[in-house]
Design a protein around this ligand. Structure first.
Ligand code: KG4
Ligand code: ZN
Length: 334
């Protein structure tokens, strides 16, 4: 197939993002308008405000991406957009923008799965070899996904309650850190010499599923107990205990799955892949096991549109285009 120049749009949550990606590998522009400062005052993402903010920003961000890429709009070969999962009102803004562009430029539209995007962010870093195992850890998802071959996903484990990023954000709030709390808990944990040991949710012996709500409750119980006894609490040691439990479970299950499915690469992805402790622990275990680990740079871990362009390129190669009457799907299956 001829080369592709994909204009990609991502608005599934609180980042308004547009990127230009050549041949699924080369990022010409990756513009991200973050709404974090707006949502922080509410302690989390307010869906209605996110949608309105996307409406305000999307065209300006798109123009900036095209300018930074140094391309002419006529050279774009397809427009990609996150179809789901995500907040429906937020998704709709990106979808309408992408449909308008595809219609005006008379090029194909490519609806893309948000998690496929997170996984294929790794294609922007390295050539993938199959079978591969992806550990997807974000604000909305915690999944172990076996990639049997390109475009073929097999989910072998998922969270039964909170997503890992969600647990981070809830624990952060209890520790009085600003939203989004993941990076703050990470920093607190890194600065601690002590660790308050907390339980690990292993579930059934052969389970690849996860559970983080019990751990979150254990953190809240520690805080409540200290409050009732009017004792000071070591926030750093509590953050360290929480993070150690999360990392232990994630890394142990990922390594077991990597062995069972005999994969050639482990791909770490999603916003929580920015976690320094997790990156270090997984790096060490993969080195010991002789398993190649691919981890995107921080800007490609959290939500962005370059990853959507990377995922869409594979559909472009297969000629898999999306009709213009495509609908946002907040529960889109992988
Ligand atoms: O992938 P993402 O940007 O959005 C979703 O698709 O959910 O992930 C955002 C999540 C938030 O929960 C945020 O707290 C978490 O990623 N996060 C982190 C770190 N950086 C971001 N969690 C732990 N440690 C970090 N360093
Ligand atoms: Zn995401």
């Amino acid at each position: 197939a001829a080369g592709s120049l994909i204009l990609a749009v991502e608005t599934s949550c609180d980042e308004t993002a547009v990127a230009v990606v050549r041949d699924g590998r080369e990022i010409l522009a990756n513009v991200i308008g973050s709404q974090i400062d707006i949502h922080r005052q509410f302690g989390g993402v307010v869906p209605e405000i996110a949608s309105r903010q996307h409406v305000e920003s999307i065209t300006l961000i798109a123009r900036q991406a095209v300018r930074e890429a140094g391309i002419a709009l006529q050279d774009v070969s397809a427009v990609a957009v996150t179809q789901g999962p995500g907040l429906v009102g937020a998704l709709l803004v990106g979808i309408v923008a992408a449909k308008s562009l595809a219609l005006a430029l008379d090029v194909p539209l490519i609806g893309t799965h948000h998690i496929a995007g997170h996984i294929y962010a790794n294609r922007l870093v390295e050539e993938l070899s199959y079978p591969a195992l992806a550990l997807v850890v974000s604000g909305g998802h915690t999944e172990l996904v076996v990639l049997e071959r390109e475009g073929r996903f097999h989910i072998i484990g998922r969270t039964r309650d909170d997503a890992v990023g969600e647990a981070y954000d809830k624990v952060a709030r209890a520790l009085e850190c600003p939203y989004p709390g993941g990076p703050h808990v990470d920093a607190l944990a890194a600065g601690s010499a002590d660790e308050i040991v907390l339980p690990r949710a292993w579930l059934e012996p052969d389970a690849y599923d996860f559970s983080f709500s019990g751990l979150k409750s254990a953190v809240l119980a520690q805080l409540n107990q200290a409050r009732m006894k009017r004792q000071p609490i070591d926030r750093e040691a509590l953050a360290a205990g929480f993070q150690a439990s999360v990392i232990d479970v994630l890394v142990t299950k990922a390594m077991r799955a990597a062995r069972e499915y005999d994969v050639r690469q482990l791909l770490l992805c999603g916003g929580v892949a920015a976690n320094k402790g997790l990156r270090a622990a997984l790096g060490e275990r993969c080195r010991e096991a002789g398993l190649p680990l691919v981890v995107p740079p921080l800007v490609l871990c959290t939500d962005n549109a370059a990853m959507i362009g990377a995922a869409a390129h594979l559909k472009w190669q297969r000629g898999e285009f999306t009709p213009l009457d495509m609908k946002a799907d907040p529960q889109l299956p992988l």
